[in-house]
Design a binder for this molecule. Structure first.
Ligand code: ADP
Ligand code: MG
Length: 219
């Protein structure tokens, strides 16, 4: 199992009020499979994504990637682990506004100290159909193009796992479909494990398996 989640819980506190965003969820994903996590707004999808990405800390439970438990890692160790093993695609792209498309894609390689980052970034941008736009900054690109850059950035390090949270959520239907075609093509070519978070049942059906999250629990 590349991803193994055990009895995962996350609570937020607002003053005296406790919000149980995840109420003990467990699931596993075999290597090279695609899994959709489907659920309505507020069901805990983005909370789950943050925990899997190690961007927030768990309240209780365990998360293993390839038998490595990330729920107990310290921040520095987690940052390195994430950079090497996990690619993340957000609904809002989260590109660096002051960097070009090429620099955005080269950044994770530079952080890992990998050689030829610019060449690899160029190659990856060509792969996502943006070979001619490498010097553009995010504000000079359309939403669909920004998400292509983000997908290139998430894939360029060759992570074992790709996490995508509503990756077409900010795009119109036609653009969203094209960007998702690209994502699924890359996933197939690179043999990466995909965890796709979405409220879109049709999109979820493109993954090999689906699980349903409602009110912080799996159905
Ligand atoms: P989804 O992505 O499925 O729409 P979220 O994971 O964003 O759902 O949110 C799940 C629940 O947790 C919601 O009730 C939301 O208001 C709450 N929540 C999420 N993040 C926080 C936070 N940082 N502080 C307080 N409550 C939060
Ligand atoms: Mg969300």
């Amino acid at each position: 199992m590349i991803i193994d989640v055990k009895d995962l819980r996350k609570s937020f506190y607002q003053g005296q009020r406790q919000i149980e965003a995840l109420k003990g969820i467990s699931f596993r994903v075999p290597s090279n499979e695609s899994l959709a996590v489907v659920g309505p707004s507020g069901s805990g999808k983005s909370t789950l994504m943050s925990l899997l990405a190690g961007l927030d800390t768990v309240t209780d439970g365990e998360i293993f990637f390839d038998q490595t438990g990330i729920h107990q890692m310290r921040e520095k160790q987690l940052n390195t682990f994430r950079a090497k093993n996990i690619g993340i695609v957000f609904q809002q792209f989260h590109l660096m506004p002051h960097l070009s498309a090429l620099e955005n894609v080269a950044l994770p390689l530079d952080i890992l100290g990998r050689d030829h980052s610019q060449d690899q970034a160029q190659e990856m941008l060509e792969r996502v159909g943006l070979g001619e736009r490498v010097t553009h900054r995010p504000h000079q690109l359309s939403g669909g193009e920004c998400q292509r850059v983000a997908i290139a950035r998430a894939s360029v390090t060759r992570p074992k796992v790709l996490l995508a949270d509503e990756p077409s959520g900010n795009l119109d239907t036609a653009t969203g479909r094209k960007v998702m075609d690209l994502l699924f093509q890359l996933v197939a070519d690179q043999g990466v494990t995909l965890l796709l978070i979405t409220h879109d049942e049709a999109l979820a059906q493109r993954c090999q398996k689906q699980i349903h999250l409602v009110g912080g629990q799996l159905q």
